[in-house]
Design a protein around this ligand. Structure first.
Ligand SMILES: NC(=O)c1ccc[n+]([C@@H]2O[C@H](COP(=O)([O-])OP(=O)(O)OC[C@H]3O[C@@H](n4cnc5c(N)ncnc54)[C@H](OP(=O)(O)O)[C@@H]3O)[C@@H](O)[C@H]2O)c1
Length: 260
């Protein structure tokens, strides 16, 4: 494969293991970040500084890339604009790259602004005329841990009553993305879910126990379409429980280093 693989969001929770795995495989990698390259970073990849919201630096980041693994997220509506810009730049290349996108299980079932942006981004990619691949996964273990950790200053830990999650190990998602990125464009591929479906309350209890924090866990019944869809399991992929690493295994590995 000639030309680097560009990883947008290569500094994020998913992007980092994607980059690591690509390097382990001997691939030529370029990372896009809004920040300048940290002085202490001696990793064997190229660094492109740019902002997908404004388009600054995007031309240079995409130039010559054979594949773009799009892991960056602005956390909301900005994702649609970012994806649109990325597609425009990619289409201008003399050899347009294969665009690989990470998406989320249930974005078409759960009315949530972030999911609407992901769905619209998927549609843009499908209609882009570029060679493309889209993988939807369930939530990463890291996110479930972060939701409880973010409440560390509260006297109790709140959870979404009736909601279940099927968290997946992010390194396995990275492995799958790398396999897709180094293969032929495949369109929408089968969803990827974690090995177990557990209630939010149960997952929060496991997290608190792993970091040795005694807190009462209080499930909250929340109104609205998003929470209703969660209670109905819209975020789950029970037929695609292909992930192997469990939440307990994830917690055991990071017990000495809780989420910041
Ligand atoms: N977290 C989950 O449970 C989960 C589950 C399924 C799918 N996903 C999807 O996986 C992807 C990655 O999620 P994540 O949890 O790894 O996210 P994350 O840790 O928040 O990382 C976000 C990345 O986006 C980059 N970024 C943000 N704004 C940018 C901008 N304006 N221009 C360029 N880069 C920008 C950041 O880079 P800099 O800060 O270095 O600029 C960072 O590397 C997202 O598309 C998300 O929807 C996540």
């Amino acid at each position: 494969m000639n030309g680097p693989i560009l990883v947008t969001g290569g500094t994020g929770t998913l992007g980092k293991p994607v980059v690591r795995r690509l390097l382990d495989d001997g691939r030529d990698v370029r990372v896009l970040s809004r920040r300048p390259r940290p002085a202490e970073d001696r990793s064997p990849y190229e660094w492109a500084t740019g902002d997908m919201k404004t388009g600054a630096g995007l031309d240079a980041a995409v130039a010559g890339a054979k594949v773009v693994v799009h892991c960056a997220t602005t956390g909301g509506k900005g994702d649609v604009e970012a994806t649109r810009r990325l597609i425009e730049v990619a289409r201008r290349q003399s050899a347009p790259p294969h665009l690989v996108y990470i998406s989320i299980v249930g974005i078409d079932r759960i009315p949530f602004f972030y999911y609407r942006a992901k769905l619209e981004s998927e549609r843009l990619i499908e209609q882009s005329g570029l060679p493309w691949t889209v993988l939807r996964t369930t939530q990463f273990h890291d996110l479930l841990a972060m939701i409880t950790e973010a409440q560390r200053r509260l006297p109790v830990a709140l959870t979404i009553s009736g909601a279940r999650f099927q968290p997946v190990e992010v390194r396995e998602v990275a492995d799958q993305l790398v396999e897709l990125a180094t293969g032929e464009p495949a369109g929408r591929v089968p969803d990827m879910g974690g090995p177990e479906i557990r209630t939010h309350t149960d997952l929060a209890r496991s997290y608190l126990q792993s970091v040795g924090r005694r807190r009462r866990v209080v499930p909250l019944w929340l109104p609205g379409g998003m929470f209703k869809a969660l209670r109905q399991g819209g975020n789950l992929a029970p037929d695609r429980a292909v992930g192997r690493g469990t939440f307990e295994e994830f917690l055991a590995q990071r017990v000495k280093k809780p989420v910041q």
